[in-house]
Design a binder for this molecule. Sequence first.
Ligand code: NAP
Length: 273
Amino acid sequence: MATLANYRNPIGNTGLSVSPIGLGTVKLGRNQGVKYPTGFELPSDTAAANLIDLAKDLGINLIDTAPAYGISEERLGPLLRGQRHDWVICSKVGEEFERGQSSFDFSARHTRRSVERSLKRLDTDMIDLVLVHSDGNDLDIIRQGEALGTLADLKQEGLIRAFGMSTKTVEGGIEAARQSDCVMVTYNLNHHQEEPVLDFCQANNKGVLIKKALASGHITLDTDSDPVQASMNFLYAHRAVSSAIIGTINPDHLADNCAKALTSLQRLHDGTP
Ligand code: NAP
């Protein structure tokens, strides 16, 4: 039977090849200051390990984390031990989350220290993809140049394989794509505004990761239709999408998302409506 392992998309010309669904891990590490429809407890280590095993069985090879996701990176180190080569790991720099508050530092010094800390926490000697975690002032961060410049240096040094930026504006997304390998963009049934970034990436062979593909779960509250299937159909209709990072700690939701992604991809592949 086909799984998402039959579908891999390149991230630009980095050599990285990722599943069309990625596993987002905010909910493995942080339950404060988040905008999900309902509150939740962080999953136990056993539940988290089972979720990761299931994701792998479903053909997922991309996992997304960040220093700003509470203890997510620290948990993933031990959880991925022995299976590091099965995964493309994406982490971030620039945002910190401590005592319930976010703060930002896009300096060269912080960027390097943050990546070194992520390497330790993730218990690895190389991170596949590192993105600048924007505070919304995308162009200011890009023009200041230190964060992206330092990530370019770290790529040269072999500590990371590819780099880019998680952006919040069209201008910032396009400029970040121009200067790096990959962008992470919000794109879902309720939010099309950043589509020009996807168009630019498609035309220029840059990777695109989608964040908030289900509008942080708010889209799934519409029970009149099948909002998850509609979301998958919408996302993959844009050929720029390398992967949609969906954040779930519910195994049934994970399996449902992968089955519906597969349905959309098979329809697109076969050219059926
Ligand atoms: P999302 O993926 O759009 O939605 C996640 C929410 O949807 C969770 O509350 C999840 O709850 C629910 N959900 C997932 N599948 C479902 C299904 N089949 N049926 C019903 N509910 C479902 O939003 P997100 O978590 O905000 O974003 C995804 C990932 O993107 C994050 O984990 C993170 O890795 C990344 N991200 C990056 C940034 C950035 O600035 N770079 C910002 C936000 C997010 P259950 O756990 O109950 O399934």
